[in-house]
Write a protein that binds this ligand. Structure first.
Ligand code: NAD
Ligand SMILES: O=C(O)C(=O)C[C@@H](O)[C@H](O)[C@H](O)COP(=O)(O)O
Ligand code: ZN
Length: 359
């Protein structure tokens, strides 16, 4: 078992990384939140295997529990589902001492976290991430929100969880495509913050693909540590430091939006987006081609897509204008300088971006 602390003063919290502990985790919640009413929010796939057992364990430990399920998939991160959940919380007699527990992937975590942040002007919430992507990224750091049809994650908040319970055993039931998608955000951490970690990932590709739990414990805990270090220094993405976590995401979000939410999984679009951002850095003479090749090789070894065809470059460029890093109408990109280091760069001309999108 590994414990990662996110040191955020009054909003500090623990991330527990272990295996098989989920059904016995009532004490984790009890120790951190005094309430006796829990609303568990999951999606239709996660409900029976993980939502119901956790609700049963909490009920046994004296909680009044409600279990709400939303449809699975990216399209669920929308205003209609948020409204449905607000109304359901009302029906469940949720008050300010109740706690929301998000059980599922990043879609459930972002949506349930947003609903928790807004209902009654803010309820405590826990994250119980059940996808690799959610375990290494979305459950940590407090970005919660929903999509608008033309802009990914455009409505949301910074709302930190009260704690995060990561059970690695649940990853065994994840469909292969969803599992592999999470590996893209893992590779991202190496690229942006930790060259040694990137090298380690290159050395454990077969173990990663085989979901080896010893390797996974190390990898998931390291990603959480790295994210915690960034979030501790720039919780609300004000200084620019937190933007490093957005490497590849200007391209990624444009791809997800223009192709229609759900056609590409988030991690797949992150993989393509990182390669495109790296190509952009190359075209601006900021890096050597070998750095792009190294990312490409690892992403491909991990069975991730690295190119996209059939999307209109002009439409992608237009979608990028909704990126939250845009300042005074101008795009800013997170670009690599060397392995383990990226920078937020302003003043990139749309023509150079188009070149990458057309190549
Ligand atoms: N808030 C953040 O900081 C942050 C970071 C990264 C990504 N995100 C967001 O996360 C979302 C993507 O999350 P995701 O990749 O987890 O996708 P997801 O939530 O859609 O889950 C993927 C699929 O796996 C199923 N599933 C989940 N756990 C399972 C399990 N253990 N066994 C079997 N099936 C399981 C789900 O039902 C779903 O069909 C995107 O919306 C992205 O924008 C947010
Ligand atoms: O936590 C962050 O900060 C990130 O940027 C992590 C990203 O992986 C994640 O996809 C995030 O939701 C993107 O945020 P956005 O502000 O660009 O919508
Ligand atoms: Zn992401």
């Amino acid at each position: 078992m590994k414990l990662v602390r996110v040191n955020l003063g009054p909003r500090a919290y623990d991330i527990e990384v272990a295996s098989g502990q989920l059904a016995q985790s009532a004490s984790f919640f009890q120790a951190r939140h005094p309430g006796r009413h829990a609303v568990l929010i999951c999606d239709a796939n996660v409900r029976a295997p993980y939502g119901e057992p956790l609700a049963a364990a909490l009920s046994k430990n004296g909680y009044r529990c409600n279990l709400l399920a939303v449809p699975a998939g990216e399209a669920t991160k929308c205003t209609a589902q948020a409204e449905m959940l607000w109304n359901s919380l009302l029906e469940c007699r949720t008050d300010r001492k109740s706690v929301v527990i998000a059980v599922g992937g990043g879609v459930v975590g972002d949506l349930a976290g947003f609903v928790a942040a807004t209902f009654g002007r803010g309820l405590a919430f826990f994250q119980v991430p059940t996808t690799l992507l959610a375990q290494v990224d979305s459950s940590v750091g407090g970005k919660v929100g929903i999509n608008l049809p033309a802009a990914k994650n455009m409505v949301g908040s910074f709302w930190q969880p009260t704690g995060v319970v990561i059970d690695l055993a649940v990853l065994q039931s994840l469909p292969r495509r969803e599992y592999v998608s999470g590996l893209a955000e893992v590779v991202k951490y190496g690229m942006i913050l930790d060259a040694t970690f990137f090298e380690y990932l290159e050395s454990v590709v077969p173990q990663l693909l085989a979901r080896d739990e010893v390797v996974l414990e190390r990898v998931v805990a390291r990603c959480c540590e790295l994210k915690a270090q960034v979030v501790e220094q720039d919780e609300r993405e004000e200084s620019g430091l937190r933007a490093v976590l957005n490497y590849g995401h200007t391209f990624c979000h444009a791809i997800e939006t223009v192709s229609g939410y759900g056609r590409f999984l988030h991690g797949e679009a992150v993989a393509i987006g990182m390669v495109q951002a790296s190509q952009l850095a190359e075209n601006l003479n900021r890096i050597e081609q070998s750095l792009t090749m190294r990312q490409l090789n690892l992403l491909q070894a991990l069975e991730l897509p690295t190119t996209v065809a059939g999307l209109d470059p002009q439409q992608l460029l237009a979608a990028m204008q909704h990126d939250k890093k845009v300042e005074h109408g101008k795009l800013r990109f997170v670009l690599p300088t060397r392995m383990g280091h990226v920078e937020l760069v302003s003043g990139v001309s749309p023509e150079v971006v188009l070149e990458v999108l057309q190549s």
